[in-house]
Design a protein around this ligand. Structure first.
Ligand SMILES: O=C(O)CCC(=O)C(=O)O
Length: 267
């Protein structure tokens, strides 16, 4: 039985939202107190990333992708084992889904509009058809996201059509890019094929957006993974161990994070 906030009908409505529109938003879902702890812990990780490899510009000017360590405060089942989110995930990418990504996208002052893109190529590019969902991003910000600090923009319904067709509809104005403003605590569940882009952060405060990735169990994206220490793995719930089962189990997490390998991100 689910311990979530939403009943079966509401979960089905969120699931349908992702199937039809490519995304849905659960408002006020996560603990503000926990998010504040994430924001505090993220600050030094972000600064370290920018100092060490900011020159690689891994997401365009003034925009950085930073993997989070699977350690306190980020390794918290409140976020990756949320009953409501897992119910929607199961309805989209199967009961046997895997948890494959724990990271952040952060535009700062000086960032620009990204090219409109998807985060994954189609499964069968030769066929020119789209399939049911296979890869999802759960996005939630560590600050309120308003127009000034660079909301994520998405074109509704473009996840189920070839990219060229979606781009034509956007260029003709038939489908508009919608900025998704979010409050701390809000969470978006999206099919990563929905056409989208990051927009400029025109403020002096970085705008971190967390991404937790769930995929069908047979999908491998070698550019993302969650390194889990053997001792932490042993302490996880059975469900968490199952979700994380295809990730590298390591003796200990590195003190310093390794260079990001997820450099090629736009399809
Ligand atoms: O967080 C954002 O603004 C979107 C970033 C994005 O889409 C990406 O870097 O792939």
């Amino acid at each position: 039985m689910s311990n979530g906030r939403y009943d079966k009908t509401e979960i089905e409505a969120f699931t349908r939202g992702v199937l039809e529109d490519g995304f849905c938003v659960l408002r006020g879902h996560f603990s503000i107190e926990k998010l504040m702890a994430w924001r505090v812990a993220f600050g030094p990780l972000f600064e370290q990333h920018v100092a060490r490899e900011g020159h690689l510009q891994n997401r365009g000017a003034g925009r950085y992708y930073v993997t989070l360590p699977f350690a306190e405060p980020f390794a918290d089942p409140h976020f990756y084992e949320d009953d409501d989110i897992l119910a929607v995930v199961a309805g989209l990418v199967g009961e046997d889904a895997t948890l494959v990504q724990l990271a952040t996208d952060t535009p700062v002052l000086g960032s620009d509009y990204q090219d409109i893109h998807r985060d994954a190529p189609p499964l069968f590019p030769e066929a020119g058809i789209e399939t049911p969902p296979f890869q999802l991003a759960i996005n939630f910000p560590l600050v309120d996201v308003e127009i000034e600090n660079g909301p994520f923009e998405v074109a509704r319904g473009t996840h189920m059509m070839p990219k060229a067709e979606g781009m034509k509809l956007i260029e003709s104005g038939a489908i508009k890019l919608e900025p998704i403003t979010m409050r701390l605590g809000d969470v978006m569940i999206r099919d990563v094929r929905g056409l989208h882009r990051g927009t400029p952060n025109r403020t002096r405060m970085p705008r971190p957006m967390v991404v937790i990735g769930y995929s069908r169990h047979w999908l491998l994206r070698p550019e993302v993974s969650i390194r889990v220490s053997r001792s932490a793995f042993g302490d996880l719930s059975e469900r968490a161990r199952h979700l994380l089962r295809f990730n590298p189990i390591v003796d200990a997490l590195e003190q310093e994070s390794a260079t990001e390998v997820y450099q090629s991100f736009a399809y």
